[in-house]
Ligand binder design. Structure first.
Ligand code: TYD
Ligand code: MG
Length: 454
C-alpha cells in the first residue's frame, strides 16, 4: 500500500514545508500554511512516460520555427494582447474576478473560430448552462466540443478522439489530477494539474487556455508558481457597474506586455471596442468644473480619457483623498507638489478623483490632466471642452516630456480637440506645422494655471 504523504503549503505563494510554520519564509505572510495530502503514484509509470518524450541538446542554428503559424483567435482585441494570435503549444492563463466574463470571453472565442475544432472543458458549469450561454452569444462553430470534467486524465483521454486545435480549461481551480489526493483548488492540485497541462501543450503543440480566478486583493487564487509556469498571463478586468472590460497582458513570452484590448459586455456577449476614446469621454452639454481630458497611450493605442476631480472643504479634521482608476499614492504626490511648489492650499481639502468608464490607467502622462482637473474643481472654473492634456509632473513642479507625443496629438486632433497642453520639453523635435490643433507648451504647474484660469 502506498504511504500517505503530507506536506504544508503556503496558500499565498505555494512554498512547501514538511512542518507547519506561522510565518512563510518565502513571502513573509502569516498563517498561510495548510496541510495537504500528496500521495504520489508508483514512480514506475511516470518514468516510462518521460522516456517517450526524450529530448536531446540541439544546436541553436539547427532549430527552426515559423512565424506564420499563429492561430487567429477570431477576436481582434484578444489577438492584439496575445501579440498577434495564438502560438501553437503555448499555455495562456486568463485571470479575472468571478463574474467579470472570463467564461463568456473564452466560449465566444471557441464559437467564433470557424473551421477549427475547440475543446471547452468546464469544471464549473453543466453542459446545459454552457449551451444557454452559447445561445446568448449567438455565434456558431459546429466544431466546438463541450466536456464537463474535472480530471486531467479524463481530459487527456479524449484528446485523440476530438483532436482539437485549441483546448480551453474553465477553470484551473476546479481541475484535479489523480496523482494527488488533496482537494480541488488547493495549491498542490493547481500546481500539479497546471504542470500536466503545460507538459501536454508543449508535447502536443496544442495551445491551452487556462481560466483562473483572482482573489479580492487582485492576486491569482493559487500560487505564484502558476504565473511562472505559463507563457502568457492575461488579466481580464473592469468595474462590474460598467459594461467595459479590459484585457491586458501581464506577462507574455510571445509579445509585448503593454498591450490592451477593450470589450463591452452586452446582453449578447462581449462586443469589441475599436475606438476606445468615444466611450471613455462622457457626453456633456455644458461646461463643468473638475473635468480634464488626458491623451494617454496604452500599449500601442492612443486614447483620450476623462479625469473627474472634486475638491471640497474637509468636513472633518483629516482631509480625505480617494481615487478610482488612478494610483492614490501618485495623487497624494501630485497634491503635495501643488501645495509645496506652487502654493495651492489643498491640505485642508477633501480630494476625490475618478477616471470615467471605470477603467484603470497607468500612464505618467495622465499627471497633467489630473492636476488640471483638481485645479479646475478647486477654482470652480470649467476647462474648455476642446482642450486636452499630456505631460508628466515632476517633484519640483516641472512638466516633463512624455513618450510618443505625436501619436497623442494626432489622436486628439482626430477626435476634434482644438487645444492640447504638453510639456515644453516635448515641443523640441516636433514639427508644429504638421498639426492643425493648437499646441500649448507648459514648463511648470504655475504656467498651466495661468493659461487655464488667467
Ligand atoms: P461569466 O463569463 O460567467 O463570468 P466569469 O466566468 O468570469 O465568472 O459572465 C459573467 C456575467 O456576464 C454574468 O453576470 C452575466 C453577464 N453576461 C452578460 O451580461 N451578457 C452575456 O451575453 C453573457 C453571456 C453574460
Ligand atoms: Mg466562469
Amino acid at each position: 500500500m502506498a504511504k500517505v504523504k503530507k506536506a504544508y503549503f503556503c496558500q499565498n505563494c505555494g512554498a512547501q514545508s514538511p512542518k507547519w510554520i506561522g510565518k512563510c519564509p518565502s513571502c513573509g505572510e502569516w498563517n498561510t500554511y495548510v496541510e495537504e495530502i500528496i500521495q504520489k503514484e508508483k514512480s514506475g509509470s511516470t518514468k516510462t512516460q518521460e522516456k517517450s518524450h526524450r529530448v536531446y541538446p540541439q544546436k541553436i542554428d539547427e532549430i527552426t520555427y515559423s512565424t506564420e503559424s499563429r492561430i487567429s483567435s477570431s477576436s481582434k482585441e484578444l489577438n492584439r494582447v496575445l501579440g498577434g494570435g495564438i502560438v501553437p503549444g503555448s499555455i495562456v492563463l486568463v485571470g479575472g474576478e468571478p463574474g467579470i466574463g472570463k467564461s463568456t470571453l473564452m466560449l465566444q472565442v471557441a464559437l467564433r473560430l470557424s473551421g477549427q475544432k475547440v475543446l471547452y472543458v468546464s469544471g464549473e458549469e453543466s453542459e446545459q448552462q454552457i449551451k444557454m450561454r452559447a445561445e446568448r452569444i449567438g455565434a456558431r462553430n459546429k466544431d466546438t466540443y463541450i466536456l464537463t470534467s474535472t480530471q486531467t486524465d479524463e481530459i487527456f483521454s479524449f484528446m485523440d478522439e476530438v483532436d482539437p486545435a485549441i483546448l480551453i480549461i474553465d477553470s484551473i481551480q476546479s481541475i484535479t489530477t489523480s496523482q494527488l489526493e488533496s482537494s480541488a483548488g488547493s495549491i498542490s492540485q493547481i500546481r500539479e494539474s497546471a504542470s500536466e497541462l503545460h507538459k501536454f501543450a508543449k508535447n502536443s503543440g496544442i495551445p491551452v487556455f487556462l481560466i483562473g480566478h483572482i482573489t479580492k486583493e487582485g492576486h491569482l487564487a493559487g500560487p505564484k508558481v502558476l504565473e511562472h509556469m505559463v507563457d502568457t498571463v492575461l488579466q481580464f478586468e473592469g468595474d462590474r457597474n460598467y459594461g467595459y472590460r479590459i484585457i491586458r497582458s501581464v506577462k507574455n513570452r510571445f509579445g509585448s506586455t503593454s498591450e490592451l484590448g477593450i470589450y463591452e459586455m452586452l446582453g449578447t456577449g462581449l462586443r469589441e471596442v475599436d475606438n476606445p476614446s468615444e466611450i471613455l469621454l462622457s457626453q456633456r452639454d455644458e461646461d463643468m468644473s473638475g473635468i480634464a481630458i488626458a491623451a494617454t497611450i496604452e500599449g500601442l493605442r492612443p486614447m483620450l480619457i476623462e479625469i473627474q476631480a472634486l475638491v471640497s472643504n474637509a468636513a472633518y479634521g483629516t482631509p480625505q483623498r480617494s481615487s478610482t482608476g488612478f494610483d492614490l499614492r501618485r495623487l497624494n504626490m501630485l497634491l503635495a507638489v501643488l501645495e509645496k511648489r506652487s502654493g495651492f492650499r489643498l491640505s485642508t481639502k477633501d480630494v476625490f478623483l475618478n477616471i470615467a468608464g471605470g477603467i484603470r490607467v497607468d500612464d505618467p502622462a495622465l499627471d497633467l490632466a489630473v492636476i488640471a482637473s483638481v485645479l479646475s474643481s478647486n477654482e470652480d472654473t470649467a476647462i474648455d471642452q476642446k482642450s486636452c492634456f499630456a505631460g508628466e509632473v515632476g517633484l519640483s513642479g516641472e512638466i516633463r516630456a512624455v513618450t510618443r507625443i505625436d501619436q497623442r496629438i494626432s489622436e486628439a486632433e482626430k477626435l476634434g480637440f482644438e487645444r492640447m497642453f504638453i510639456s515644453s520639453f516635448n515641443k523640441k523635435g516636433l514639427n508644429l506645422s504638421d498639426f492643425k490643433i493648437e499646441i500649448v507648451p507648459v514648463s511648470r504647474v504655475e504656467n498651466l494655471f495661468r493659461h487655464l484660469f488667467g
